[in-house]
Write a protein that binds this ligand. Sequence first.
Ligand code: GDP
Ligand code: IMO
Ligand code: MG
Length: 427
Amino acid sequence: MTVVGVIGSQWGDEGKGKVVDILAEEAEMVVRYQGGNNAGHTLVVNGKKAIFHLIPSGILREGTECVLASGLVIDLRVLVEELDKLQESGVLEKASLTLSEKAHVILPHHLMLDKLREQSKSGSVPVGSTLRGIGPCYEDKIGRRGIRIGDLYKPEILKEILSATLEYWRPMLEGRGETVPAVDDVIAQIMPLAERVKTYVKDTVGFVQEALKADKPVLLEGAQGVMLDIDHGTYPFVTSSNTISGAACAGIGMGPTKVNEVVAIVKAYLTRVGSGPFPTELDDENGQFMRDKGHEYGSTTGRPRRCGWFDAVVAKRVNEINGSTQMAITKLDVLTGLKELKICVAYKLDGEEIDTIPMHGLERVVPVYKTMAGWDEDITGATSLADLPQNARNYLDELVRLCECPICLVSVGPDRDHTFILNNPFK
Ligand code: GDP
Ligand code: IMO
Ligand code: MG
């Protein structure tokens, strides 16, 4: 039996959707377990693009059981939109999907609160959130006043919790000139959506445990990236869930002893969308080159992504936190055409060289770079390491050395076919 976690290792958008789609060929089950529709996971199959915000990226592999586990926060409108699209394209009827009864529900007041926070009207630091209500929904969850999917089918419980939750937020919302949504209106709004998804609602813990007992290959699909983790990321400029590999166990309801492989998804350079420190950020023509060539615009919000050189200080620490067993390097093709490539190997903070991520002061560190020669050859058709120019191989060798982790897969273009596997984690 193999259970493989696929985890974003930087600030998100590393290419998790693509890698999950590739590895899902071997998996019988794909499980998402944290975050919500702040994620945007892109798959390109035979030139056709699909972006999923909630549905696991294994959905296009016929016969794969896709699970939305309890650690997620679910905006039912978005889930229903994705289901409708899959229905139109004929994928849904062949797909298997289950939704945890314990996942929390994103409600209208969460969207209102997210917006107020970003306008600094609530005493919180604006972080450039995706405005999808993710943070406020997790706040209600941790505050023990959240609505779970299973509550939607118990009208009395639903009304009681929702009334109490809205009362909790009333002073804050009204204090900022907002109208608190009426309980009955919210219920009227969400119940048709709840009915639409009812057929998928299950005790997903039992469902996943059955798959594990049956020795099925299972893939765990992370969202966001470790540098956006609520504990280990660049706090407070982070998302509101744990995004590290360990979070899969909590978000699904399974023991850490069951996870066999952790594949860190590592972009060959760096991007970040939203605010917060980014030591290797480039405000020059090299950054613009990466943005243009890599189409670095958010899959969820369309915002231009900030771009920069690869940061090995981040990648090495992230591999330690994740217990990464392998790395999947993505978007190597984007670097083609750059004369020189830089890799950050340490930071200078107040004149002193450090090789760890400081709790304070990351916004003012000066990167210490190692410079490597670039390459000009088109590599999108590469099917093995031997097809890559020597300088591209040197770059990958350096990443392995600095990040202290072997490479299992290299992605050289957006399509499913633009990939070669060195060591399949399912075998
Ligand atoms: P995710 O959130 O980690 O799933 O990543 P996104 O889908 O948000 O962003 C990755 C983007 O890069 C998508 O548009 C992918 O189609 C694209 N992509 C993935 N791998 C490669 C690659 O190796 N080369 C190129 N050029 N594009 C890639
Ligand atoms: P995927 O799964 C990149 C960022 C937002 C913001 C911060 C908090 O596609 O990699 P939130 O809406 O979560 O409260 O926003 O986190 N962010 C992401 N950045 N990729 C993502 O997901 C992200 N999900 C959240 O831009 O800075
Ligand atoms: Mg994304």
